[in-house]
Each structure stands twice: as C-alpha cells, then as structure tokens.
Design a protein around this ligand. Structure first.
Ligand SMILES: [Fe+2]
Ligand SMILES: [Fe+2]
Length: 188
C-alpha cells in the first residue's frame, strides 16, 4: 500500500477516484497475467487495496453522506449493499484455485460489480462532498481516509459494513489479517 499513497492526491474525492482507477488497473493486471501463477502477487495487492478502500469509505465517506445529503439514507444503504455483496464474492474467490477458469470467471464478475459500484459513488456521493465541503475539509477527510486505510483489514469481512462495526471490529480484524498474511508468507 505504501507506494500507492506517495503520489496520491491530497483531497478526498481525487484520492478516492485515483484509487478507483488503480483498482480497475489491478483487476486487469490479474486477469491478463502472463501465466496463472503470475496472478498471485497482483491479486494479493488488489485484495488488500479493496479491503482498505471500502473500509475507509464505510468509516468516513458514507456516514457523512448519510447524515447530510438529500436522500442520504437511500443512497448509502444501496452502496453498503453493493460493498457487502462484493466482499462476499471476494471471500469466495479467495478460496478458489488461482490457476482455475472458475477463478477468472468469478473475478470477472467481481470486476464488473466493483466498477459499477465505484461509478455509483462517483455519481451519487462524491459530487455531494465536493459541493458541500471546502478544500480544507476535503483535505482533512483525505488524511483521515489514509489513516483508516493504514489500519484496515487486508481481507474482505462481509457483514462489517457499518461505520460502528468498522470502528469496533476493524482493528482486531486488521491485526488478525496481518498476522495471518505474515504466517502464510513464512510457511509458504
Ligand atoms: Fe465503496
Ligand atoms: Fe469507492
């Protein structure tokens, strides 16, 4: 994640849009990898990026839109449902053989769903932030998003979509995920 953050924009909407583009690129990198084994590394990066990005949106972006935007509840409920469904699909994909055709088919479905979800955020939520928050607030929110991403889980946790649950369970899930990742790396 560190290299993703170095050249990232300093206000929240540009930052999240840049991550949407990066997510699309990472999907393509996995799906177009030269051989099945070469999918491993970009898939790990994609999975971690998705987990961090959605966690930060659930903690900081959606609650703000829910509280303050016109029809905020309906807009955010729809986004949380999409995020939940995507996490569930990603959890299933994690269990598949990365060299299989099934993996490619399911990941292609996830790509479509995630990109559609990102487009909904860009149309229904981000213009609200840009319209209502001044530049200083947009920058402060970007700083908070970066902080949330730094301690976010590295794997999807379907069912943890509300801001409250992310605050309550996120740090524990994050520690466990990071410990598991490390152990897997060591034992191969
Ligand atoms: Fe999202
Ligand atoms: Fe997003």
């Amino acid at each position: 994640m560190a290299e993703m953050m170095i050249e990232s924009p300093d206000e929240v909407v540009a930052y999240l849009k840049a991550q949407h583009n990066l997510i699309e690129d990472m999907f393509d990198e996995v799906l177009l990898a030269s051989d099945p084994e070469a999918r491993e590394k970009p898939f790990a990066t994609l999975r971690q990026l998705l987990a961090a990005h959605e966690t930060a949106e659930e903690m900081l972006v959606h609650p703000r839109v829910r509280r303050e935007a016109h029809h905020g509840h309906a807009i955010v409920d729809a986004r949380l449902k999409e995020e939940h469904d995507a996490k569930q699909l990603l959890s299933q994909i994690e269990k598949l053989d990365i060299t299989s055709q099934d993996f490619i088919e399911e990941l292609t479905k996830l790509r479509e769903a995630v990109l559609e979800h990102a487009e909904h955020e860009e149309i229904d939520e981000f213009p609200y932030l840009e319209g209502e928050l001044d530049v200083a607030e947009l920058k402060r929110l970007a700083t908070a998003v970066r902080a949330a991403e730094a301690i976010a889980p590295t794997h999807p946790h379907p069912g943890v979509e509300s801001a409250k649950l992310n605050f309550a369970l996120g740090p524990v899930a994050s520690l466990l995920d990071r410990a598991r990742d490390l152990i897997r790396k060591v034992i191969g």
